[in-house]
Design a protein. Structure first.
Ligand code: FES
Ligand code: FES
Ligand code: FES
Ligand SMILES: [Fe+3]
Ligand SMILES: [Fe+3]
Ligand SMILES: [Fe+3]
Lengths: 410, 158, 158, 410, 158, 410
């Protein structure tokens, strides 16, 4: 057995990330076991995706396939997508409605909570064969995960000893979570899916990194959605796992101090059709116009002006992850508001004026770090600490995440 | 004009469409649409399930031009070649002023010094408008793509 | 009718053929054949060596309909999208009632949440029958496929 | 060096298959060495594929390429497809006829039995260079395998100490083998090839598993080719490596007891064109209408009604195998019988009404077991033993195979 | 003849072109060129940068025939199937004697018992010459291929 | 950590190459570290590719991406294509002209010699954030390699302690190097690129192997470019790393002694259009018409009649390499000579009448050796020594390379 990459937990090394953690297979395996399959709540979907009894969807936690299903009593279950008989990934459709699950191979069938419902020819046929008498139906159900549904958002965990979701988030993060998800009914608008050739952590870093937003994204800079001088904050939970980037949109235009450094700033950029930036302030926003929340390890919750989405991270080996965008609005949105959200969606997803950039630079990072596994990255912006800040010129949340990561991976 | 003649006209226009994008002449791409022509690139699962989200949504030449501007000036991406293969259309309805038809497409992508890969395949659901001078412009092109799992970024239009 | 017109007719019918399968309207696929029309999907090595085995063999609309019934009702398989790209035919012989021609095809397959892959490519060896009312039906379509190593299952017709 | 998966040979664990044996690379490597390249006869083809002197075909045993060739004296040889000079896979054509083999790189050439025939410029040119005097032609031939041809079926083995083929099969299995292959001349009808994304053992299990046949295959059930209540048997050789599934076709239609459990049964299914099931009983069948024989590790011999084939298993890493179908009839078949076999071939191969299902569920098994490598499969149908049975409600032959496997892999 | 008719003619000739190569009838491929017809297979980076190197350069039927001779008699390579899909051309200039046009192509390759892969895609930059008898021959075909990183060998012409 | 393949440095084993060195991952990793990233000069390009200040091109040394750039003062630098901040492969275009390099992610920017030029918001914004005071610009530049430019050819090395290029080549090899590259200005004609599914060493072997040239390449044989009886020599540097194959073209046609062994010889082959072989002797050639030089480990320098190219070897894992052909002429070439070079290019590259064969047999070698990793290759032609020779019936240069390789890899 090879060993994972060693990243010394010396305080003076906390801002030096060994490149190999993005590509080493043993490190990846340990991440899956300790993080994705360990005591961490992983995002699996929204209640509005499975509104009715019997509705299900399939997804993955880490590399493991699971089914998310609403039982006849309305309760949401998450079960392994793996037959207890011979391991078949029995549910192959991405979503649907069913009374129970039936494995195609030998038609063992399961209730929606995963308990075993039937085994064909269990008693044999004409008195011959069948399961032995000591076979207990209750010992051969689908493995069911611990599930929490918080105001319409569904999380699951393989480790039943995980802390309650509220504690897992912590009070500060929970507040931000409930800013968007306050119990209102959501309206599903659709999906985007991409396979990004980069390590899953690079996506978490990307959203915990306000520095890049004001430099990489020309679109952002020019229209003032993110700019290094705007009122903003980075806040985290106590263990440094989750974070929010909170920001208030500027009015746009030039500002000598912050655009001189941003070589990518393009002066005089105008939209031929301004409807894409026809932002309407929604009452529930409060002051911030942007709140991006990372819930470690598996999801990003996006409110960027009128565009709302969850962005799920599904690792596919050390070198890639699938990135699943679920766009939504609220059930009481006017038609105009729905159209607005759909138009602003041009900024996000694989073709997004903004998010397109992120997918690309993450791939570039993977290319550089995997080719030079003995090198390191430097995340010393704003010092070496992991404090909350009231500005965007910081890598504090990246350091905080890796402090926690090193603790878990030790 | 007969259905066959309409089909031939659409075949020719789709050759223009492919050439415009593949040669990077994106302004010509914009000019293939009517003033308020609609272009969507939409994952098939959204189309099949009646979910309105599109990966690219351009309502009219203004938004089309903004998309071109973003590709040419603001978006950051690795250089690549794209190549469109568009099948002959299945023509549904024709009138003196309109053609409703569907064509299959396959788009390949070649990143610098990398093997060519399939970027996306799917179908164009089109409404072409025929001007008095005989010009054919796209009033609607919905590029519904099977390849829902996009290989990282979708930069150039399908 | 000229050879060019025959070619155009076949192009249009192949658009119908592709659309029928790709949209899952398999009954329309059946109806593109004559009553005793022959459809084979045959690996190229068998075709080249004169070995008669075909991967799919449908002799007439009955067997074609049985194939459709199996796909829709009895066969177990992971859901997938298929997409046909069919080239213009090379027309060999034409008469008032028949067209002999060959077209190249490429079929892609997209499994749920997986990248699009090439399912098969090859050529259609066709004999189209022209009815008195002008309808063109397939008396013979032999889909000889280069892609002898099938990526697991061949569910939808080539 | 990492170690293969450990599967404790405790008797009480024999019905619990560790998922990792289907995906672990070290286990796979050991399987190749001990099983495919060890003392086991592997299928390489039929004599009717290479009827004439000089005829050859290429194939693989495990992951190793070999050439099967008929020598001028009519004898069949199997040699490594690897030049003794610098390892070139010299024969790139799938089949053909030749007087000798010539490697393209430096044109070393070999007789059809693999012995070295010529080395260009061996004596040098103009007295310069060439092979050293102690170079012995007889030491640099192609490595030739041990070969057995049994009534038209060709097997080969890298281990010359392998038991004679008859002993390898055992008397019972040999009887079934000779039921189809009694020395009659075969007629080659053609090939189907598929790459199935599953571990090679899943294919062996599939055919050793009569349970699934009556549940998965709606086509089978409805037309009575397999049904849980029909007269049938599972028989094995003494070491549990090989097995036959023997069965007699029912007349079809509903039977409350066995179709109620089979949720997949579709009542009222009728063929629009019944010619595909125009079964004619062939005298040599005897009572059984279906005999499926697994010869460990590399081939399945199929007689299902009038459709005959060999199905070769060629592993391609732990996660996939190529499955090569060679359909055949007999030289004295009438034209009607040939047509019948060709029509019934609709049931088999990658588009088979029946076999299509198998390829798919094997892939589903691989997906489930590889994502959950720490899980296990349960094969406790009909108890824990490895006895022959007279019914189909059993997993006895799977347990038997793995008992042998554990012995070899220890 | 109208542009549409010219396009149809080129579509038909491209079907012949594809069939000639895919069926291994390479002499027919040679005969599609004029006596001193130019065929280049050129990586796109060379074409884009004005670098003259081509991967295959045949100046006239003699060199074309030598290429065929080499493929058939002297070159050592693993057996393979190739398959061309050629889109309808974008026609630029037509005269009574010439057609200038560009078509997209995709060529797949299937090595023995291996999955089908994309061999190359790109565009044909053509000048067709129209003889008095109506025959269309290639005076120039430059196959500019996006797939600069060739999967080992380029044996059959694009 | 698994270990690389062990190849005993016994003298009596020097002609037996273990197959596993072509496919073993650990051997490959050590090769990258000790050979490509160790004290060996690796080819990265020609000066004529970057004639002007600010011109750059990207390439790889081993698996590591680098940028080759001409500074404002005309000096050529080679820097890692990996941002010092977070590892981004910042330069994604294959070639271009720039004033400085700017990483897209956070716009850290670098001078053309790799030194850090700017870090946006380094001092923070509005007094908040930014890099800590002890952050030193000079410690965060791009890693720059040692570079040598020899008469228009650019080599680089990660190990600054590498011997000077002239010593690295040795006097004999330097002479051959300067035969083509004597300081004349080169004219870039274009590129060919192929990905060959074979280990990188197989390409070095191929060019060090004059034996195959007279057997594999029918085109060569028939037109007398290489024939086993022609005047020729193999010469090497003292350590056996580099070699030249020098040869003088025959007049062509049959020669019983050397074509009887070459089974591939096709009598009567005539070119329908002889312009492809319209060879014109260039004065600088001297007597040889062909000089093929291998510079270990990364490049082959080709002069074959009027066709000139460098052929760069870029390993892509143990099983493949990218092979980049840069064809060139001289600035003072007449138009006729340029056309001649372009026509003769039909012999080379992925579609080459000659080189097409090489790519194919290398792939066949990889297929055979990787499937039989326990086997060995025999390179005993012309004995076991590593002497220079005056003939082509030898594998001396292959043995010499592996003697050096074993020394390094020990
Ligand atoms: S594997 Fe699911 S029922 Fe057997
Ligand atoms: S490798 Fe076969 S002759 Fe040299
Ligand atoms: S990674 Fe290059 S500037 Fe941040
Ligand atoms: Fe971003
Ligand atoms: Fe089965
Ligand atoms: Fe060579």
């Amino acid at each position: 057995m090879n060993s994972p990459i060693h990243w010394a937990p010396r305080p003076d090394a906390s801002h030096k990330i060994p490149n190999a953690i993005y590509s080493d297979p043993e490190t990846f395996n340990r991440e899956m076991t300790r993080i994705f399959y360990g005591p961490h709540w992983c995002y699996v979907g929204l209640e509005c995706e499975i509104p009715n009894a019997g509705d299900f969807k399939t997804t993955h936690i880490g590399e493991r396939p699971v089914v998310v299903v609403r039982n006849h009593d309305g309760k949401v279950h998450v079960v392994e997508n793996r037959c207890a008989h011979k391991g078949v990934k029995f549910c192959q459709t991405p979503h649907g409605n069913t009374q129970f699950f039936r494995c195609p191979y030998h038609q063992w069938n399961y209730r929606l909570d995963g308990t075993l419902r039937g085994v064909p020819f269990r008693q044999g046929v004409n008195g011959q064969g069948g399961m032995p008498p000591e076979f207990k139906m209750e010992e051969h159900g689908l493995n069911a995960l611990t599930v929490t549904v918080h105001n319409g958002v569904i999380f699951a965990c393989f480790d039943h000893a995980v802390a309650p979701f509220s504690d897992y988030l912590g009070g500060l993060m929970k507040g931000y979570f409930e800013r968007t998800f306050d119990g209102r009914k959501l309206k599903l608008l659709g999906y985007n899916r991409q396979r990004i050739s980069g390590n899953w952590k690079l996506m978490q870093e990307n959203i915990k990194d306000p520095y890049h937003a004001s430099l990489l994204h020309v679109f952002f800079i020019t229209f003032g959605l993110f700019r290094a001088d705007q009122k903003s904050a980075i806040e985290m939970d106590e263990r440094g796992r989750h974070a929010v980037l909170v920001s208030r949109r500027n009015s746009g235009g030039d500002n000598a101090e912050v655009t001189k450094d941003a070589g990518s700033f393009k002066e005089g950029l105008k939209l031929a059709d301004p409807r894409i930036m026809d932002v309407v302030h929604e009452p529930w926003w409060g002051e911030p116009t942007v709140v991006m929340q990372t819930i470690f390890p598996s999801v990003i919750l996006q409110q960027q002006i009128n565009s709302l989405s969850t962005r799920q991270i599904i690792p596919v080996g050390p070198d890639a992850f699938d990135f699943v965008w679920t766009h939504f609005g609220f059930e009481d949105d006017s038609e105009e508001m729905t159209t607005r959200r759909l138009r602003q969606a041009n900024l996000f997803g694989p073709a997004g004026y903004v998010s397109g950039d992120d997918g690309e630079v993450i791939e570039f990072s993977q290319q550089g770090t995997s080719a030079y596994p003995d090198g390191e990255c430097t995340v010393a912006l704003d010092g070496y600490g992991t404090h909350n800040t009231q500005h965007m010129v910081t890598e504090t949340a990246i350091r905080a995440m890796y402090n926690y990561w090193r603790e878990v991976m030790q | 004009m007969s259905t066959a003649q309409r089909m031939i006209e659409v075949i020719a226009r789709n050759a223009d469409y492919a050439a415009a994008i593949d040669a990077g002449k994106l302004t010509q791409w914009v000019e293939m649409f009517t003033q308020d022509g609609l272009y969507l690139a939409q994952p098939r699962e959204n189309a099949d399930r009646g979910l309105p989200l599109a990966t690219i949504r351009c309502e009219g030449r203004g938004m089309l031009a903004d998309r071109v501007h973003a590709i040419e000036k603001t978006m950051v991406f690795a250089p690549r070649y794209v190549r469109h293969l568009i099948s002959a259309p299945q023509v549904f309805n024709i009138s003196a002023t309109e053609i409703h038809c569907v064509s299959n497409f396959l788009v390949t992508q070649t990143l610098t010094m990398q093997p060519t890969q399939i970027m996306a395949c799917g179908e164009y659901r089109d409404r072409w408008q025929i001007a008095e001078n005989g010009a054919h412009l796209l009033a609607v092109r919905i590029a519904v793509f099977d390849s829902e799992l996009v290989p990282n970024s979708l930069i150039y239009p399908l």
